[in-house]
Write a protein that binds this ligand. Structure first.
Ligand SMILES: Cc1ncc(C[n+]2csc(CCOP(=O)(O)OP(=O)(O)O)c2C)c(N)n1
Ligand SMILES: [Mg+2]
Length: 554
């Protein structure tokens, strides 16, 4: 049997279970596009920008636990995609990016669009390589699946020289589908964990990161219930435990509940399950002292090198979350109960107070009440996506996630992520509602993907929070340079006309009371739509107005 390099790439992808490639076409990989023509098992989703294609692949990777696949062309295409590789790296998402390169004969001439793949992507991937010999496609592409999913998941970038893709290979053998390799806790480590818990008076869990699945989340719920442990989730990992669970106490992220921050400081044992102890989760490395925290720390992470990166833990365990939670679910709680029951109950009280919408806003639209309406109307499995901006603070604070993988959002804080992610989510789960939250700034980074949604039949509802400013940056600006506005205003297009130009349903909400009908109309249409929500720039955060932030600036 003979196959071209392009056919072999396609065959290995299919063998590994990939059914969708996100990308923008390039002349460098025509041989792959050609091979796809004969393989209906895999489809090419043509995005309108490689950055969006990479965001789509990242979202798909988050949703499936298998690598999202992105295929782009050399210099300009790969450079455009870079933002998505950065997301996958910081978010620990399994992702494989294939990059069509110049022909091998022209290397080092600075040929048309030639660039150094390893130099560009080397520091933001788990592995970057060029496949120079088509015979090695099964080996190297299969390894990409193994690397992207094992340990701490992340992106792999493979370069495909154009002429290599046309080479013919005879009788290639394709390896079987890979299985992610994840560590598991040793019995002695579990014993140590249990004895540290037994000594604690005010423990709490911070859950997040990757390598979870529904069973791991169910195990977390069981472990937390049996030991009556309060569970906070790390930044944008809020769907690891239902917000309705009696022990869910909120998210340790940007815009953290000050009471939760205080509680993390006061706790005497922090059990970190899967999260990196990163900037956003530690409120800029302030909730715990670097490098030795006052609280005893148990850090469990799928990558041994992540343990002790910033904080020296009392106990570090290298484990995937499925293995770890399965073990914890089997850990027998003390028969006479635990000491910290009132601590857990008061932490829950703090969360319930914090997530109850404040009925007052400066403008006629109150995003907190809109989020509460969605709590009451969205099905449990609706998927919410977002990018970066202060509008996300309302989403994270007031929306109550009830199921795993209903939050698809970049922990790397990347603008423009929400719409491509919602498109990928809708393609993966056409039966579920896919809701994108975006600011006016965020949305304008990738809004051209509305055309992609229409082309491939994705159904997304965009909640466009329009305040006419780059709100987050205005907030920082007013804190640091009050009254000196520079670069943070936005002159917006007519979003209603824009939605119509893309053939979408559209509604404009100028006061809170209009939202319910607007949402219902768009939902009932069964089509993609935009709800433009006009918010007052004064409502800069749910806690402080723009004027208050300005007035309290040093
Ligand atoms: C790709 C990218 N560029 C710039 C930033 C810096 N940034 C973070 S939030 C933000 C403003 C977002 O504005 P908008 O989407 O309108 O949301 P708002 O804060 O107004 O609610 C900017 C510019 C970023 N995080 N990502
Ligand atoms: Mg804005």
């Amino acid at each position: 049997m003979q196959r071209t390099g392009g056919q072999l790439i396609t065959d290995v992808l299919i063998q590994q279970g990939a059914d969708r490639i996100f990308g923008v076409p390039g002349e460098s990989f025509l041989a792959v596009l050609d091979a796809i023509v004969d393989r209906p098992e895999i489809e090419f989703i043509t995005a309108k920008h490689e950055g969006s294609a990479a965001f789509m692949a990242d979202a798909d990777g988050k949703l499936t636990g298998r690598p999202g696949i992105v295929l782009v062309t050399r210099g300009p295409g790969a450079s455009n995609a870079y933002a998505g590789i950065h997301v996958a790296y910081q978010d620990s998402t399994p992702l494989i990016m294939l990059v069509g390169l110049i022909g091998r004969d022209d290397t080092e001439r600075e040929a048309f669009q030639e660039f150094d793949l390893k130099a560009i992507f080397g520091t933001q991937t788990k592995w970057t390589a060029v496949i120079n010999d088509a015979v090695r496609i099964p080996e190297l592409l299969t390894r990409a699946f193994q690397v992207a999913t094992s340990g701490r998941p992340g992106p792999v970038v493979l370069g495909l020289p154009e002429d290599m893709l046309r080479d013919v290979v005879y009788d290639a053998k394709l390896p079987a589908r890979t299985t992610a390799v994840q560590a598991a806790p040793a019995p002695a480590e579990l014993d140590k964990l249990a004895s540290l818990l037994a000594e604690a008076n005010a423990p709490l869990i911070i859950a997040g990161g990757e390598t979870w699945d529904e069973a791991a989340c169910a195990d977390l719920a069981k472990f937390s219930s049996e030991w009556n442990l309060p569970v906070a989730c790390s930044f944008r990992s809020q769907d690891r435990l239902s917000a309705l669970h009696a022990n869910y106490i909120g998210d340790a992220g940007l815009g953290i509940n000050p009471d939760l921050a205080k509680r993390i400081r006061q706790s005497d044992l922090i059990l970190v399950l899967g999260a990196r102890m990163g900037d956003c989760t530690t409120s800029g490395y302030t909730l715990l002292e670097v490098p030795v925290s006052a609280q005893k720390l148990i850090h469990i992470h799928p990558d041994p090198e992540e343990i002790g990166r910033v904080y020296a833990p009392e106990l570090g365990i290298c484990s995937g979350m499925k293995n770890m939670l399965a073990a914890l679910a089997g850990l027998v709680a003390p028969a006479d109960g635990v000491k910290w029951t009132p601590w857990t109950a008061s932490a829950r009280e703090d969360y319930l107070k914090w997530s109850t919408p404040n009925p007052v806003s400066h403008g006629p639209v109150n995003l907190a009440l809109i989020m509460d309406h969605l709590n009451n109307t969205l099905p449990d499995d609706a998927i919410l996506t977002n990018g970066a901006g202060n509008y996300t603070v309302w989403v994270h604070r007031f929306y109550k996630h009830r199921k795993f993988r209903t939050q698809v959002a970049p922990t790397s804080g990347t603008m423009g992520y929400g719409l491509p992610a919602a498109i990928a989510a809708s393609l993966r789960h056409p039966d579920r509602l896919s809701i994108c939250f975006a600011g006016d700034g965020c949305f304008q980074m990738t809004l051209q993907e509305l055309a992609t949604a229409q082309q491939f039949g994705a159904r997304v509802i965009v909640m466009l929070c329009n305040n006419g400013i780059y709100g987050t940056i205005r907030m920082h600006q007013e804190k640091n340079y009050p009254y000196r506005v520079s670069g943070t205003d936005i002159a917006n297009p007519d979003f209603v006309a824009l939605a119509k130009a893309y053939g979408l349903e559209v509604a404009k909400v100028e006061e809170t009371g209009q939202f319910a009908d607007a949402f219902e109309t768009i939902r009932a249409s069964g089509k993609s739509g935009i709800i433009e929500i006009i918010t007052d720039p004064e409502d800069l955060t749910p806690r402080n107005s723009l004027s208050e932030i300005r007035a309290s600036a040093k």
